[in-house]
Ligand binder design. Structure first.
Ligand code: FE
Length: 205
């Protein structure tokens, strides 16, 4: 990216701090900027959401864990060793044949970091934040998720105090899968509620 792309937007104290730390580490030869990019990418797409996916898979195979997860998301995450900043109070909402859940932060970009990693760019975008509340069915369709008209859609507005995670329904044709195999089906988007788990031909029994 050329210098011309750097706009004069003011950086937050934490952004400045992060940039300063990265610059220092790179200057001292301790890390490369490519390595930093790779870690951010991993945290956004793999490490973070994988934790939430393991919780979902556990809930699918263990009804007692499912109950605990729905009763107290924070405790159920801690049970698996997950917790920390940006996830002090975690609430899990379960999809049913009648109701589909999705999460948003209308004010900014609150997101359950300990179980989903860092939020994707679109989650932080003003159009998603505004339209997900106003016309969720249309937005979900744009994500490729077409829900039956009879299915109610519930939108949960995250805040600094409460972060939500969606427990999707276990898809048919997954009876042969173990917990790790089930977790493979649970993408980040499924836990935000803009997608539902898909069983591809290679996975189906
Ligand atoms: Fe927020």
């Amino acid at each position: 990216m050329s210098e011309g792309h750097h706009h004069a937007r003011e950086k937050s104290p934490s952004e400045l701090r992060t940039m300063a730390l990265e610059a220092l580490l790179v200057e001292r030869g301790l890390i490369s900027t490519d390595a930093v990019d790779a870690v951010v990418e991993q945290f956004q797409n793999e490490i973070g959401p994988r934790r939430g996916a393991r919780m979902v898979a556990r809930a699918w195979v263990d009804p007692a864990y499912r109950e605990r997860l729905l009763a107290d998301g924070t405790a159920a995450a801690a049970e698996m060793g997950y917790g920390g900043a940006e996830g002090e109070r975690l609430v899990c909402v379960a999809n049913t044949p009648d109701t589909h859940n999705a999460i948003v932060c209308t004010l900014c970009s609150c997101y359950p970091w300990p179980v989903l990693g860092v939020p994707p760019v679109w989650y932080k975008s003003p159009p998603y934040r505004a339209r997900m509340v106003r016309e969720p069915r249309v937005v979900l369709r744009e994500f490729g998720l077409e829900l039956p008209e009879a299915t109610a859609i519930r939108i949960w507005d995250s805040s600094a105090e409460v972060r939500y995670i969606v427990l999707p329904m276990r898809p048919d044709g997954t009876e042969h899968l173990d917990e790790e195999g089930l977790a493979d089906l649970v993408t980040r988007d499924c836990m935000v509620g803009v997608a539902v788990p898909q069983v591809t031909e290679g996975v189906a029994a």
